[in-house]
Design a protein around this ligand. Sequence first.
Ligand code: SF4
Length: 293
Amino acid sequence: MAVVAITADERAAFKRCRRAWDLGARTRRALEPVDTPAPIDDPAREALAVHYFPGMWAWDRAIVRPLVLKAAGAAAPFVERYVDWAAALDDFEPLRVEFDFDARVPDPGGDGDLAAPDGRAVHYQGRVNALVVDGDGAHWLLAHRFGPWTDADVLRLDEAAATAAWAWEQTFLDATVHGVLYNELTPEGRFRRTRLRLSRGAVAQAGLQLAREVAEMLAPELALYPTPGPYCPTCPFVAPCMTAQDGEDPEPLLALDFRPRPPEVLQEGRLGGATWGVGRGAMPARFAGDDRP
Ligand code: SF4
């Protein structure tokens, strides 16, 4: 039986506006506008995955750099500046890159795991940019954030990272995550690294809070209402939402201008994807040059 998969994005959507979440989440109606473009690759993020690929970390950086810049494409100048900046800060060893976690969500009211009303298991799924180990043997999540710098208090309250740490520990039971290394990269090419330690209590609390919220998301009698906010102008459901607010039926509009979201496709050759290893094995052929040692 398929599981109910909750992601960080869909959890955030639920907390932002239940109406938009109900229409768009894969666990709900899973709709998207008919003109939604196909997802595009993020070459800078992919280049960082090559840069931090564990199987190449011990290689001469002069050999790795061309592979990183090849993956970066048009973003190569930006990524090259980052690589030069990060050289003095990367005092760790990467263990995984762009690796997925998949954790059973506990039952907030009992000792076992949460089950959906139809009996299916409930999983929290997501991806971390990298897991690294420092010189003291402590494990840290490395989280890339592209965009303007984030306020320090917002970073300290970042529930997605704390929940990822909890989920990582649930997925790999011998793991203990000591904190998060936030790697901020602005469009102008400014970079910042922030090290935030996570207490054991913070990691446990992240799992408990996730369990409470997911139980609420799955409640059969869940009330669905809109929560207008500054994000509404970019909401894909603004037209049917306004129709519903006028007391009219939005279903004809949803049938005309929206379609079911296509299933998520595993990207063949994605760094960290399940189609090839992330240890010290081979890297994808499309990044492999004749100059591999
Ligand atoms: S337009 Fe705003 S209130 Fe309406 S569904 Fe979208 S996010 Fe919610």
